[in-house]
Design a protein around this ligand. Structure first.
Ligand code: ADP
Ligand code: ADP
Length: 239
């Protein structure tokens, strides 16, 4: 079974047309799938449906073979633990240090506060430090998040996601606010997470060139519909 399979997923916000229209796609372990499309095409809506930040209106979302589209309670909490997310604007707690932000990955995203390191076991702190080390941020572990550059903030976001030991990683425009050099670093990290950790990655990207370079497969959305799903080299010849 694929790690993630969306089957004819549609989403309609109150009183509006369809933001997603019968979207089907699959993500396998170790695969990096890029979702491209212009602003308003439905990329964020797609990820939010998978992450259950919102509910889709129709269709099935199979995660590890089980439909989470209508999951509640314990089943939903299990899926959420196994699905990590990173964001365009990082969603860090800026008054807290890098390592405190990473430790949030253990507690749920709204719970980090400055000066809370004492609440964690030595083992948890060691694992958080290792996650920062993996993304090259160990030297910045005790720096406040607001003192980091954009690329460094995003790497902290990735370390926080890694601490969850996810099966699936969702990234909503992770490089849209970054310069080309930091963008490359972040894409290389996501590529490494897919290939080496066997995590499935579903990444919204505005920048088609990065999608072509780093993804195994590209899904193009237009007005909520999938208009292309295939290898990156086929996209270039199709357009
Ligand atoms: P993208 O991420 O590709 O820019 P979105 O998923 O954000 O696209 O938006 C898809 C469509 O859904 C757009 O028409 C947008 O205006 C609409 N939309 C997104 N979020 C909401 C919301 N919370 N309420 C109503 N409409 C929304
Ligand atoms: P970002 O640039 O961080 O992705 P957006 O500008 O896409 O943020 O959206 C910010 C918030 O506004 C989101 O929570 C989204 O759901 C909501 N939103 C986006 N489009 C609409 C819309 N047309 N109507 C109502 N809410 C919207």
């Amino acid at each position: 079974v694929p790690l993630l399979e969306m089957r004819s997923v549609s989403k309609r916000y109150d009183g509006r047309g369809r933001a997603l229209s019968e979207v089907s796609l699959k993500v396998a372990p170790g695969e990096l799938v890029a979702v491209i499309g212009s602003s308003g095409a439905g990329k964020s809506t797609l990820l939010r449906c998978v992450n259950k930040l919102i509910d889709c209106t129709e269709g099935e979302i199979l995660f590890e073979g089980r439909d989470i589209a209508r999951a509640r309670g314990r089943e939903l909490r299990h899926a959420r633990r196994r699905i990590a997310m990173i964001f365009q604007h990082y969603n860090l707690v800026y008054r807290a240090t890098a390592i405190e932000n990473v430790l949030q990955g253990r507690l749920g995203y709204k719970s980090a506060v400055a000066g809370m390191l004492g609440r964690y076991s030595e083992d948890e702190k060691r694992r958080a430090f290792e996650a920062l080390d993996r993304v090259g941020m160990a030297p910045f572990a005790y720096k406040r998040a607001d003192q980091l550059s954009g690329g460094q903030k995003q790497r902290v976001g990735i370390a926080r996601a890694l601490l969850q030991e996810p099966a699936l990683m969702l990234a909503d425009e992770p490089i849209a606010s970054l310069d080309p050099k930091s963008s490359r670093t972040v894409m290389e990290l996501l590529r490494w997470i897919a290939t080496e950790l066997r995590v499935g990655c579903l990444v919204n990207l505005h920048q088609v060139d990065f999608a072509l370079e780093f993804s195994d497969r590209v899904v193009a959305l237009k007005a909520g519909e999938v208009v292309f799903d295939g290898a990156p080299d086929r996209l270039t010849s199709a357009t």
